[in-house]
Design a protein around this ligand. Sequence first.
Ligand SMILES: NC(=O)c1ccc[n+]([C@@H]2O[C@H](COP(=O)([O-])OP(=O)(O)OC[C@H]3O[C@@H](n4cnc5c(N)ncnc54)[C@H](OP(=O)(O)O)[C@@H]3O)[C@@H](O)[C@H]2O)c1
Length: 275
Amino acid sequence: MATAVITGGTDGIGRALADTYLDRGHEVLIVGTSEGKGRAFVESAGRRGAGDRARFLQADLSLVAENRRVIDRIAEQYRAVDVLVLGARYHRSTRAETPDGFESNFALYYLSRYLLSHGLVGLLGRAERATVLNFGGSGLTGPVRWNDLQLRRNYPGTGALGHGAALCDLLGVHFTRAYADTPVHYVLNHPGVVSTSFAGEYDAFTAAHVDGLRTSGKPVSLAVAQILPYLDAPPARLTAVLEGRQLPTDTPAFDPAAAERLHTITEKLLADLPR
Ligand SMILES: NC(=O)c1ccc[n+]([C@@H]2O[C@H](COP(=O)([O-])OP(=O)(O)OC[C@H]3O[C@@H](n4cnc5c(N)ncnc54)[C@H](OP(=O)(O)O)[C@@H]3O)[C@@H](O)[C@H]2O)c1
């Protein structure tokens, strides 16, 4: 039986993808912080006769140790991972650091996805053809602040998500080059504006703006319909998608040298952390 692991699967696009893969007969593990939302997913699966295939793992993915625990738990529970969706995010209007000392978006939007992508590559490699979906910027959300990856100067608020997304684009580039000998495909998706929970803490001005996005954004069902064809049949080892349209990956945002540079920096940051 195929397995889908979905971070941010408790809400928004991630939750809709979790339901989709459940309907397709997959085993589905969702990861989030909310016990209540996780329970609601498992209970709703039970009502549809799929309770034995639905699992929730509570974890704060902004913490490095939590990502490592999640990887270990997945390795204990599943033989292979066919679909890995990296969708957890949490907006902050004011800069914050995690206990590991990383800027919160860097930690959750980028570093968690880095750890999970690399940490689960063995299980992904065991699937007949695995696909990773990372909600990156699809080349549209840079530039990368090379001299300020932790966004200490002029914290950009909403732009911090876009910065994390640009880092995810480079993660996708490095990942597909590093694991070219595996059957794993990597899809970077920018869904456009979608009416979801927009998880986060917002100042008054941004909150009003986000309320508008919740009203004007497209339905989650449309965002899922736009990405599913790329998950079912990725056209390339690395694919970038904007609202259902494939974008080129030979642009400067996907520069392999920049991807290698970010990989090296990230490995050093992780090596410097106390285990
Ligand atoms: N919606 C849009 O307009 C839009 C636009 C561009 C890109 N995107 C991207 O699409 C992806 C999905 O977005 P969405 O709008 O569907 O999400 P969303 O409704 O805002 O939900 C965010 C998810 O992240 C989880 N999460 C938050 N903090 C977490 C933490 N510390 N540890 C683990 N999980 C955590 C939440 O789970 P809990 O509540 O259980 O913690 C929730 O499931 C994201 O990467 C987002 O940046 C969305």
